[in-house]
Design a protein around this ligand. Structure first.
Ligand code: ZN
Ligand code: ZN
Length: 546
């Protein structure tokens, strides 16, 4: 180790937003650091913020420019906000990918879809396994969450050990998969933890997140009271929950049918990785439709109101196989992800209009969070006793509250990182030493576009106030040779007429054109629209010289 070696932490996503987690650790002298990436996820676009953009991911050009020194991408677990961008960003980073078996299976599926199946092989790390990458040694420690195979990573370096939690909770009875390896976490604490980089999602939630086993008991009881068809919707990736629902179906003599592609995909990946050994046989959804109502249980995608998912189509009455109506029930075994309220409540309403009973976590115990509430966070700090708390995976308010909690638990240093900030964790006290280029990339249709290019912003502006395209025809002396041509989209007729009048009026008054004519016309058009309407459309002016 040379005197100038440093251990640095660089979040490029997930610090200040929920989603698109991307954390990098660097080790070495400032001019020649070696890097590892922990998680590489996406955020789903919202139509209102970024129309036409389904998937958002971090801008990783800082690391792409240093990709010769990027030793690998390590996935903590298989949620989209942790693995969803691997296949999309891999061509920029071109480094090995490491994950435990179930996660590896799902990443491979995504690589295949992206046409990279033959190029990139995910290197499987066994549960509880280790990995040596340059100056880093990583131990995968099993923990619990709302998916199979979540891992806490112990990242050991010559300057100290970082405990990177990934997403976690302390579920005393996760039903499926390994329990939390508390002995390994405590041992880590005894050896000394430099920094705990930790999930902040529920830093504002008091108490404990609760157990999957209690949800199972409650679902069994609730489904037992229902007489008609039952559909349960939730996150497909929560395999223990799927298993609970299958268990409830079997206990009440209902046959199970999976509805929605991701349900099939997850069940298959879980089986391939050795889970769900006694999952009941699944009925084809067309066959299920032939059964008496009280013999069927559908497991559906679409709990967040996604318009193309199975449940939305069922609610619209245009699902090819599944029809629900009076006497039937839909259980939302999920939470409302902030931002999806409108879509979800309108789905509830549409189901309700069909006469379907809608049962949710609001009035039934049908869901628990996969993230640590404050008691669990406190337990993690007691086990690991880090010198530095590094809250990640949350909006600013979650990170700030998490840092406050850590300080109250006597952690000597707590920092609140933002995407693009380069923090030195060792040697010396934690310090912000640089800001690197960061931001977001949109998957816009099939093309990756930096958010900074403003395409989504431009579309939002058109959505708000429409578009005017004006063509001016000028003679050789630069004088208008005809009335202006104008196309307007998305505005009331009288506004369009007011703009047309204002532009032609200007052209008559300003007989000889000059270099600023296009800009003058553009401003005149926008001002006329604003005076008549209170809004300024996107306006483009083209000059044609004859
Ligand atoms: Zn997760
Ligand atoms: Zn997450």
């Amino acid at each position: 180790m040379s005197a100038r070696d440093e251990l640095v932490f660089l979040p490029l996503g997930g610090s200040g937003e929920i989603g698109m987690n991307f954390n990098a650790y660097g080790f070495g002298p400032p001019h020649d650091r070696q890097w590892i990436v922990v998680d590489c996820g996406v955020l789903f676009g919202r139509e209102t913020d970024s129309p036409g953009v389904d998937v958002i991911m971090p801008d990783v050009r800082f690391l792409a420019e240093r990709r010769g020194n990027v030793l690998g991408i390590i996935a903590t677990h298989a949620h989209e906000d942790h693995i969803g961008a691997i296949a999309l960003l891999w061509p920029m980073l071109r480094c090995p990918v490491y994950a435990t078996p179930f996660t590896a299976r799902l990443i491979e599926g995504k690589l295949e879809e992206a046409g990279l199946g033959d190029t990139v092989r995910v290197r499987e790390v066994p549960l509880g396994g280790s990995l040596a990458l340059g100056p880093f040694r990583l131990d995968f420690i099993s923990i619990t969450h709302s998916i199979l195979e979540p891992n806490l990573l112990a990242i050991r370096t010559p300057l100290g050990t970082v405990a990177h939690t990934g997403d976690w909770k302390l579920d005393p009875d996760p039903l499926l998969g390994a329990p939390t390896d508390t002995a390994a976490i405590q041992k880590l604490g005894d050896e000394g933890v430099l920094a705990l980089v930790c999930d902040s999602t529920n830093a504002l939630v008091a108490g404990h997140s609760g157990s999957e086993a209690r949800v199972r008991a409650s679902l069994v009881q609730l489904i037992g009271t229902l007489k008609g068809r039952v559909a349960v919707t939730g996150f497909a990736s929560n395999v223990a929950r799927l298993d609970s629902i299958a268990h409830a179906a079997r206990l009440h003599g209902r046959k199970l049918a999976l509805v929605g592609r991701s349900m099939h995909r997850i069940v298959e990946a879980a089986r391939d990785s050795g889970y769900l050994k006694d999952f009941p046989p699944v009925l084809d959804m067309y066959e299920a439709a032939e059964l008496p109502a009280r013999d069927v249980l559908y497991l559906c995608t679409g709990s967040q109101g996604e318009p193309r998912a199975a449940l939305a189509r069922i609610a619209e009455g245009d699902h090819p196989a599944v029809k629900l109506g009076k006497g039937d029930a839909v259980i939302f075994s999920s939470r409302v992800i902030p931002g999806n309220e409108v879509a979800i409540f309108s789905l509830h309403n549409r189901l309700s209009e069909l006469g379907v009973e809608v049962l949710t976590a609001e009035d039934h115990f049908v869901h628990v969070s996969g993230h640590p509430a404050r008691e669990e966070l406190a337990q993690m700090y007691r086990w690991t006793r880090p010198r530095i708390a590094v809250p990640v995976h949350g909006e600013q308010r979650h990170l700030a509250e998490h840092a406050r909690l850590a300080r109250s638990l006597q952690v000597p240093e707590a920092l609140v990182p933002a995407n693009g900030q380069l923090w030195r964790l060792a040697p010396g006290p934690a310090e912000l030493i640089d800001e690197v280029p960061s931001g977001r990339i949109h998957l816009d249709g099939r093309v990756l576009v930096a958010e900074g290019e403003g395409l989504a912003r431009a579309r939002r502006a058109m959505a708000f106030a429409g578009l005017i395209a004006i063509t001016l025809v000028l003679d050789r002396k630069g004088r208008p040779a005809a009335e202006a041509g104008m196309i307007a989209e998305g505005m009331p007729g009288p506004v369009e007429q007011a703009v047309r009048d204002a532009v032609n009026d200007l052209l008559r008054r300003k007989a000889a054109g000059n270099g600023d004519l296009a800009e003058t016309v553009r401003r005149t058009a926008r001002r006329a629209a604003f005076d008549a309407w209170g809004k300024k459309p996107v306006t483009r002016v083209t000059i044609v010289e004859t």
